[in-house]
Design a protein around this ligand. Structure first.
Ligand SMILES: NC(=O)c1ccc[n+]([C@@H]2O[C@H](COP(=O)([O-])OP(=O)(O)OC[C@H]3O[C@@H](n4cnc5c(N)ncnc54)[C@H](O)[C@@H]3O)[C@@H](O)[C@H]2O)c1
Length: 255
């Protein structure tokens, strides 16, 4: 693979075995980064790393539940130790539990908080000393356009995605002087397995497609590849003066 704009950089990703995370892994690797692909499903992570290698890139795969603090910290520290640096963290794994205040349970809220907020905190906290030492780094926290707007019947998801945006902004303010940038990635509807629950809630695939066609001004889903371009933008020096930003990519759904 020819030297790309991320050549020599090391990227650590959670939830990257499918969907948006997978597309981001492939895109970062194509730009020259060494990509540590982690996913709770180790076979998926391995398949993504193999696809990167087949494309001429460099990747490692690891089975990792991003909600397990000790394993997450060990994986990030291990990657930084093996490669001598850590340039990019894409903390992507998330969960969607539906329901209004009376439908969702406290357990739904705890599970959502654990992965959609706490795991980003733990991952960023582990990555920061390595990035601070280098005087540079880019942390991308996957939130959602549900982190900047409110969806009916999604209290646990919307609340935790708003918190993810708030936390990214707070870390950005605290670490700007250290050269570490922190931004929130806020996709709208992207056609991945992640929407299976919402599809059921809507009453099936046809109902979901009708909703997307009607509710989104651009009249369609986004693709994982379209979001991967934003991941590359946030990960690279293309966004060198951007920190504390919630980058919404949603076909104008939130307007
Ligand atoms: N797809 C969308 O429409 C959409 C929109 C906005 C935000 N998001 C956000 O993107 C993220 C995932 O979306 P996607 O479309 O890439 O999903 P996806 O379902 O295509 O892939 C998610 C991957 O995460 C893995 N995963 C699940 N739980 C995990 C855990 N605890 N630890 C590690 N890995 C885990 C799964 O095995 C899977 O490979 C979530 O944070 C979600 O909130 C998605």
């Amino acid at each position: 693979m020819s030297a790309g704009e991320l050549s020599g950089r090391v990227a650590f990703l959670t939830g990257a075995g499918a969907g948006i995370g997978r597309a981001g892994a492939l895109r970062l690797a194509r730009a020259g980064a060494v990509v540590i692909v982690t996913d709770i499903d180790g076979a998926r992570a391995a398949a993504v790393a193999a696809a990167i290698a087949a494309d001429g890139g460099r990747a490692e795969a690891l089975a990792l539940d991003a909600a397990e603090d000790a394993a997450l910290v060990a994986a990030i520290d291990g990657a930084a130790a093996r490669h001598g640096r850590l340039d990019i963290l894409h903390s992507h794994a998330g969960i969607q539990r539906s329901g209004t205040l009376e439908e969702a349970t406290a357990e739904d809220m705890d599970a959502s908080w654990r992965l959609n907020v706490r795991a980003h905190f733990v991952a960023a906290r582990a990555a920061m000393p390595h990035m601070r030492r280098q005087g540079r780094g880019s942390i991308i926290v996957t939130a959602s356009n549900s982190g900047v707007q409110y969806d009916r019947g999604m209290i646990a998801y919307c609340t935790t995605k708003h918190a993810a945006v708030a936390m990214a902004r707070q870390i950005a303010v605290d670490y700007a002087r250290h050269g570490v940038r922190v931004n929130a990635l806020c996709p709208g509807f992207v056609d991945t397995a992640f929407n299976a629950g919402f599809e059921r809630q809507m009453g099936g695939r046809a109902a979901l497609e009708a909703y997307v066609a009607e509710a989104i001004p651009m009249g369609r889903f986004g693709t994982a590849e379209e979001i991967a371009e934003a991941i590359l933008y946030l990960a690279s020096d293309r966004s060198a003066f951007m920190t504390g930003h919630a980058l919404v990519i949603d076909g104008a759904e939130c307007l």
